[in-house]
Design a protein around this ligand. Structure first.
Ligand code: UGY
Ligand code: MN
Length: 255
């Protein structure tokens, strides 16, 4: 309840901070028994070039395809989903693959026919972006455990570790990473870069600097950072903080 009409959410010209108190779920078009919350989309001011949304799948639910030409990255935050893929030769659905459980992810290049089904309940974090061709080579489907391994120390800092979930070569025009900070760890400097970010804090808490503002952030909060948005993070509290985030990569801005 917010009797005085307060929220931590704020939408600024080149960044947005979105707290769960303002979420308004709505049916996801084409999906069955699923509600979605679009945290970031091109409908925001300054038109982000991607979407970040939560899909809340209920018993007997089923996904729909992304728009034509749009690639999709799915992270399972809780629950379990079964994945089915269309065989490109026979146009028959393959048998369901082993279920995707919490912490697993799957990346689908644009126009990869797939269906996610859920028998109980699942919460998915999804990034989508219209694919921009690079050197002509197409990206491949990727899946796995997002938390596998220990990650790499970020710029030499053992207390800030990065797990890079997608291949980094030029077939891919987007990156999705898991970034884990021990309490007290921070980004080593205020980054300012051409790439956009969409970020969802999975665990922990801290302070995020965006442009000239510092925001307390806790699990469940999301951020959009536009191009050249000065950004910095420091983790606080007694437990580690991890965010999953998107970044556009490998493309010439004038192409
Ligand atoms: O990949 C990045 O640019 C990352 N270091 N940015 C961030 O965590 N805000
Ligand atoms: Mn950054």
């Amino acid at each position: 309840m917010h009797p005085l009409g307060q929220t931590r959410t704020t939408i600024q010209p080149n960044h947005a901070f979105i707290a769960p108190d303002g979420h308004v779920p709505a049916a996801l078009p084409g999906w069955k028994n699923t509600e979605g919350i679009y945290l970031i989309s091109p409908r925001m001011r300054n038109a982000p070039q991607f979407s970040l949304y939560i899909a809340l799948m209920e018993a007997g639910s089923k996904s729909a395809m992304p728009a034509k030409g749009v690639q999709r990255f799915v992270y399972v935050q809780s629950g379990e989903v079964a994945l089915q893929l269309l065989d490109a030769m026979s146009f028959q659905m393959h048998d369901a693959e082993p279920a995707m459980t919490a912490g697993q992810f799957a990346y689908f290049p644009a126009d990869t026919e797939h269906t996610l089904r859920c028998e109980t309940a699942a919460k998915l974090i999804i990034f989508e972006k219209a694919y921009q061709a690079g050197d002509g080579r197409a990206p491949e489907r990727v899946s796995g455990d997002a938390w596998a391994g220990d990650g790499e120390p970020f710029m030499g800092d053992d207390a800030a570790r990065l797990r890079v979930l997608l291949p980094t070569d030029e077939r891919y025009d987007m990156a999705v990473n898991l970034f884990t900070f021990q309490p007290g760890a921070a980004l080593p400097f205020v980054e300012t870069h051409i790439m956009e970010h969409g970020l969802y804090l999975l665990e922990g808490q801290g302070v995020y600097r965006l442009d000239e503002s510092w925001y307390p952030i806790q699990a469940g909060d999301a951020i959009w950072m536009g191009p050249y948005n000065p950004q910095w993070f420091a983790a606080h509290g007694k437990t580690q903080s991890t965010y999953i985030y998107y970044k556009d990569v490998n493309r010439d801005p004038l192409a």
